[in-house]
Design a protein around this ligand. Sequence first.
Ligand SMILES: *Cc1c(COP(=O)(O)O)cnc(C)c1O
Length: 428
Amino acid sequence: MKLHFKTNEKGNLDIGGADALELAQEYGTPLYVTDEMRVRDNYQRVYQAFSNEYADFKIFYAAKANTSLAMMKILEQEGSCIDAVSPGEIYTALLAGFEPERILYTGNNVTTEELQFALDAGVRMNLDSVSMLERLAELPGAKGTKISFRVNPMVGAGHHDHCITGGELSKFGIMEHEAVEVYQKAKELGFQPVGIHTHIGSGILDPEPFKLAVQVLMDVAGRVHKEAGVTFEFIDFGGGLGIPYTPEEGLLDIEKFAAEIVGLYKDKLKEHGMNNPTMCIEPGRYIVGDASYLLTTVNTVKQSYRKFIGVNAGFNTLLRPTMYGSYHHILVADKPEAEATENIDVAGNVCESGDLFARDRPLPEIKEGDILAIMNAGAYAFSMASQYNSRPLPAEVMVCDGEVDIIRERETFADLFSKQNIPMRLLK
Ligand SMILES: *Cc1c(COP(=O)(O)O)cnc(C)c1O
């Protein structure tokens, strides 16, 4: 079993030095619990792996994986930069203390108002289309700014079709064969194009497609360098580094991965006669994915056509199983190492049949009142949560050396209505 968790002396699940059962008791469920040190360790592991191979290296944490302010603050302290995909994420990053130079805005189908917001914020702009370039050029203060382009290298990879962001069906980026022309146009419009970017997908455990994308992007960069006379200050290969979700999946050998990617990078720099631009990657999931658990309480054990374990969270709390069919390993918090005794379904409390955390899952005996810990709930978990079924959003706590802080209060019913109005005419 390669999934990472700890058991304390009572035999309960330990999260950052706190007992999962006590956390559930004290803060209620459903509850997101983040182990601060795990985030820092994950960041340092990937940072060291790459910077040992190539000193001028930067991580742009992909904020959309987990945008909690406390999480952003940890990454700010670690020295990360931010990959932001919306004005809201730019705003969050600034609030967490990131200087604008440390934020790269990679928007998709961006409005002109959003472009103006990013420009005013002073963040780096990574453009997705010629339309975006032309509209940016019209804005006061845009000329002369440093920009980059996202390129579709015609290579894609990911754990689900929805998460493949390169290749023929992808809506992202400019085409690789139009790159020279687009960079030329950017120069003509008075911009300083200094970067090139790609992001091929999410949840990649096989390094091959990523390596292929690195080669393609470097060749595109080489052409743009030679034919459009662009000197690159940075080259960004995006995120997508996967983590194991099932006990059988292997870990990405990050040292080996980094050595291979940097090796290709250096070879291609030499081949195309480019200087030494900053090398960037944008991991989201890899840094935060396994640092959080979703604690939920079993309220119903039901034997109908099959055996169902009913819990007080649902796809409103954690969407990935329903949206992508994703596997999330489930531990029983007071016996995380117990052997499985039967195959059961774990179902949420949302009124839809697709609201399942696990189907036919081998699990130990589970009773009503037990606390389940859903693993790998740090990435695309709280950030995708909703109030569907009029359920207030859950609380989040962060643990460090056994010290627990609430980083997000549990919503109340009042929060469901805070932005709603009933027209006066309906109140007559
Ligand atoms: C989502 C995203 C990432 C991060 O993907 P992970 O799989 O979480 O590493 C990086 N870059 C961009 C542009 C993204 O949209």
